[in-house]
Design a protein around this ligand. Structure first.
Ligand code: XIL
Length: 361
């Protein structure tokens, strides 16, 4: 038996060495906490910026210890959107996304692809906005080039993102794709992706499907129609950008259960819990940090209660550190929506997730 003093000395020395070897310059003072991924039997993911807006592999390497210790699934927050992968009609740029794919494979992580088709103006390739040729053939080529390139590296794809109108949720969103091809572009996208990579799990991904019952119903009607006609749709991604008090947890449960009842995979694909929507507070006070903890715990346990194990595509958080969150972009007030603070320290929110995972396996 080593004597207790020498044991303590060795432990302190080791801690000091580890501290200096710590590669996470963005997360230096973080105390170690249990790994979320070790407390779940489904993928636990995080969105990482790569190659754009702003961010590259250097940012990711700076947080590598935290990322690698907590997560076993990653998604490019921006770098695999249409504009970045397909910047000109005859040009595909896979360099940044390939680096992320290498990172995933080196660290034994799943890479989820986001997203093959998205209407959003800021990321639609400019050439596509002006395209005058055969739209169906062009979109098919876009999808198939990308899916073929990443086959074997990307496990699952968001094939179509946000195709349902959010203001008038009983109709499809008026996008360029809808204008050119009608609603058929959605099923065509799934068919094209499946042909190019038959092993990939194919998701439809959207927001407010847990909070707007008519949007959920419109999506379920689409799902039912696709299932009747054997369109290769395998799962639904609930973005789940929510706040501490809305939507009601019962509503979230109903939505998750409705999709699970259809036998599909269910992902919570972009989880964050905004704190500062109503009150414009300058800092995160302990009382609201606790409310956020409870909210995260409830969402995780509701997912576990509502989705059978074989259908759990996993939970992905939309960013690592609070300061990275997209919710801070162009906002005149701060927010603290994620699990780790700006130094990589686990917040009460993190412990809420951990509790939710432990309570309801
Ligand atoms: C966001 C990114 O987080 C931002 O960095 C970017 O400027 C805009 O897009 N729904 C989605 C994601 O499907 O792709 C969005 O990501 C957030 C909302």
């Amino acid at each position: 038996m080593p004597n207790i003093m020498s044991y303590r000395f060795t432990a302190t020395l080791l801690a000091l060495i580890c501290c200096f070897c710590q590669p996470d310059s963005r997360a230096q003072s973080a105390a170690p906490v249990p790994a979320l991924k070790d407390n779940a039997r489904f993928p636990i993911g995080v969105a990482l910026n790569v190659g754009n807006e702003p961010g590259d592999m250097a940012d990711i390497r700076e947080s590598a210890t935290l990322i690698n210790s907590q997560f076993n699934s990653i998604v490019a927050e921006n770098g695999m959107k249409m504009r970045f992968l397909h910047p000109a009609i005859d040009t595909y740029d896979f360099a940044a996304a390939d680096a992320l794919a290498d990172y995933a494979s080196t660290h034994g992580m799943i890479l989820h692809g986001h997203t093959l088709i998205w209407h959003h103006d800021y990321q639609l390739p400019v050439w596509m906005k002006n395209y005058q040729g055969d739209w169906q053939a062009m979109l098919r080529e876009h999808i198939q080039q990308i899916c073929r390139h990443f086959a074997g590296k990307v496990k699952s794809w968001d094939v179509v993102n946000e195709a349902i109108d959010n203001k008038h949720p009983k109709q499809y969103r008026a996008t360029l794709f809808l204008e050119k091809l009608g609603p058929a572009y959605i099923e065509q996208a799934f068919i094209a992706a499946h042909e190019a990579d038959p092993a990939a799990v194919l998701y439809y991904n959207d927001f407010n499907i847990e909070s707007k019952s008519d949007k959920l119903q419109f999506m379920l009607d689409m799902v039912d129609d696709f299932q009747r006609r054997h369109i290769p749709l395998h799962g639904i991604g609930f973005q789940m950008h929510v706040s501490i008090d809305s939507p009601d947890i019962a509503q979230i449960k109903t939505a998750l259960q409705a999709v699970a009842a259809r036998g599909l995979q269910v992902r919570i694909s972009e989880l964050d819990v905004s704190l500062n929507q109503q009150q414009k507070a300058a800092s995160l006070d302990p009382a609201r940090a606790q409310l956020q903890k409870t909210r995260y715990r409830d969402i995780v346990s509701t997912y576990l209660q509502s989705v059978p194990p074989a259908q759990r595509g996993g939970i992905t958080f939309w960013g690592l550190l609070d300061k990275d969150s997209w919710l801070l972009d162009n906002k005149p007030y701060p927010d603290w929506p994620l699990l780790f603070d700006d130094k990589g320290q686990a917040k009460p929110a993190y412990f809420g997730v951990l509790e939710g995972l432990k309570e309801s396996q």
